[in-house]
Design a protein around this ligand. Structure first.
Ligand code: PGA
Length: 253
């Protein structure tokens, strides 16, 4: 049985005080054995938040990273830096990074490989635009993104990769994909993974849905056959709402 993985993506939000208060408030919450609760925070807060969350069931993730180990990359943060401070997960290829910061399928693949080289679990994002959905290109686009993201990974690494299906038209818009549509794409992702590895490997891969997930629609999404969690932006910013999302994971894991 796959874990339910609930990740809050704060994006570029919260003061230091708000960030620390949030972790203090949620770190005592119950997280079921088969559920994972992850907070994806801005780089500048990670060291402090990892320390604060120590001994709790809340894991701290980065929202991106470079794929190089070190060097002349002004302003960047490397995978080994993240690992050295106790970060466990890293979001790779979020559509906002693809749109505004030149993230490509190639850099997504390099970063996914680099994450495993440094004992970080990648949360790899894929998703189609509204134009692609309307042109009936969703499944082929997602298939291409997944194949490129996972290129040159071994089966063990693919098993550990978290894939987040986030239709771009649903992010921050309040328009959630229906649970049927979201599950159809997540099931397709699992089939693509099975084609490049094996059904046994694909059956272990955690696939999240993201895009306007909230406490009142998460249950329906998590009850489908192939959605194993959620990557949540707006509704993860308030501690009470984040807790409700994790509680849904607890109930359905
Ligand atoms: P949203 O963002 O929940 O605010 O739609 C999701 C995401 O970008 O990961």
């Amino acid at each position: 049985m796959r874990n339910k993985v609930i990740a809050g993506n704060w994006k570029m939000n919260k003061s230091f005080e708000e960030a620390t208060q949030f972790i203090d408030e949620v770190k005592g919450m119950e997280v079921a054995a088969n559920t994972e609760a992850i907070v994806c925070a801005p780089f500048i807060y990670l060291t402090n938040l990892v320390e604060r969350a120590k001994g709790s069931n809340v894991k701290i993730a980065a929202q991106t990273m470079h794929y190089e180990e070190s060097g002349a990359f002004t302003g960047e943060v490397s995978p080994s830096m993240l690992f050295s401070i106790g970060v466990t997960h890293v979001v790779i290829g979020h559509s906002e990074r693809r749109e505004y910061y030149n993230e490509t399928d190639d850099t997504v693949n390099k970063k996914t490989i680099a994450a495993f080289d440094h004992n970080l679990t990648p949360i790899v994002c894929v998703g189609e635009t509204l134009e692609q959905r309307e042109a009936n290109e969703t499944l082929s686009h997602i298939e291409s993104q997944v194949k490129q993201a996972l290129a040159n990974l071994n089966d063990d690494q693919i098993t550990k990769t978290i894939i987040a299906y986030e239709p771009i038209w649903a992010i921050g818009t309040g328009k959630t994909a229906s649970s049927e549509d979201a599950n159809e794409v997540c099931a397709h992702i699992r089939k693509v993974v099975a084609d490049i590895t094996s059904q046994a490997t694909a059956d272990k891969v955690v696939i999240q849905y993201g895009g306007s997930v909230k406490p009142d629609n998460i249950d329906e999404l998590l009850q489908t056959s192939d959605i194993d969690g959620a990557l949540v932006g707006g509704a993860s910013l308030e501690p009470a709402s984040f807790k409700q999302l994790v509680e849904a994971g607890n109930r359905l894991s």
